[in-house]
Design a protein around this ligand. Structure first.
Ligand SMILES: *Cc1c(COP(=O)(O)O)cnc(C)c1O
Length: 338
């Protein structure tokens, strides 16, 4: 049996033996060397495949801890605002725990795979006529009035769970790494990685990347109407703003922006040249590495935060279509060899 992150790292997490654990066996994700990307970037690049978590994104690391803590506190329901992956993960872990779950997503702006997950796990899916930032503000007010547990990354248990990805990277590379590239949306994950690295006594440069149309940390001011094809980082006013800036500053890192064109180019490169299918937001870290470099780093880890199947519409919409073929050998031969 493969244990989840609470069992594996209990001595470094706020859970005592005997506490309830709601787990789907998350964590322990692959860290793979990327030879073609390394060649292009001029540094040794490793990819942390967080899409290999049970619901297909790193959010599961924070959800096992947030939902387990909610059960320990006696909660009967959880809620979150989400661009999609938090909703998918909350819905799955709530189903596992037997809790009610409501997810608030921006109407018409959630990737198909993520919507499917939230629905199939039985969450109440609320399509808010507003963007993520407005959704988060409203659910924060809601939990002031109702006995419902908030499982967004403003919940510290989320960061505690997510920091375990840094532990795994340190273990896999024996602590030898110089920089980490991450996409930044609500800025919880980069904050959690830095927490995990500092607890491990390591200080790699934290390089955060935002989409050009949703880059409040780069601009130094909230973005009222964030836009990007990378829906998981379409966020204009990150909740973990100060902590994320502190992580980048104290590690000697930076935050920079990448265009949607650069994100899609990196996305296609990873799929076509490395055999790794991530979602568009996840490719922002790689796009950032290719566009901005990694300063003096020799070994870099790029975190691929979510699986490509989350957003099939972007994948199909940006690829050559299937080739139609008559059921005859000669036609098939032509179609295959063309
Ligand atoms: C949530 C998410 C992000 C952004 O993480 P933050 O903690 O919000 O900065 C990036 N990529 C994917 C796939 C995500 O689901």
């Amino acid at each position: 049996m493969v244990n989840g992150i609470i069992e594996r790292y209990r001595d470094r997490l706020p859970f005592a033996p005997g506490d309830p654990v709601v787990s789907l066996g998350e964590g322990n994700t692959p860290l793979v060397l990327a030879p073609r990307l390394s060649e292009r970037a001029g540094v040794e690049v490793w990819l942390k495949l967080e899409g290999a978590n049970p619901t297909g994104s790193f959010k599961d690391r924070g959800m096992t801890t947030a939902v387990s803590a909610a059960v320990r506190e006696g909660a009967t329901a959880v809620v979150c605002a989400s661009t999609g992956n938090t909703a998918a993960s909350a819905a799955a872990y709530a189903a596992r725990a037997g809790l009610r779950c409501a997810v608030v997503v921006p109407e018409g702006n959630i990737a198909m795979g993520k919507l499917a997950q939230a629905l199939v796990h039985g969450a109440r899916v609320i399509a808010l006529k507003a963007n993520f930032d407005a959704a988060l503000t409203l659910v924060r007010e809601l939990v002031e009035r109702q006995p419902i547990s908030l499982v967004n990354s403003v919940n510290d248990f989320r960061l505690q769970g997510q920091k375990t990805a840094a532990f795994e990277v340190v273990e896999a590379l024996a602590g030898e790494l110089d920089a980490v590239c991450l996409p930044v949306g609500n800025a919880g994950n980069i904050t959690a990685y830095w927490l995990g690295f500092t607890e491990s006594g390591r200080r790699p440069r934290m390089l955060g990347f935002q989409a050009e149309g949703a880059a409040p940390l780069v601009r130094g001011a909230p973005v009222e109407h964030p836009t990007t094809i990378a829906s998981a980082i379409r966020i204009g006013n990150p909740a973990r703003w100060e902590e994320a800036m502190d992580a980048m500053r104290s590690s000697g890192g930076t935050v920079a922006a990448v265009s949607d064109g650069q994100i899609l180019e990196a996305y296609r490169f990873l799929a076509g040249a490395e055999g790794i299918f991530c979602e568009p937001a996840s490719a922002a870290g790689v796009a950032g590495l290719l566009a901005h470099g990694a300063q003096d780093a020799r070994r870099v880890v790029c975190v691929l935060t979510g699986h490509g199947l989350k957003d099939p519409e972007i994948a199909v919409g940006n690829a050559a279509g299937a080739i139609s073929c008559e059921p005859e050998l000669s036609a098939l031969e032509r179609a295959v060899l063309q």
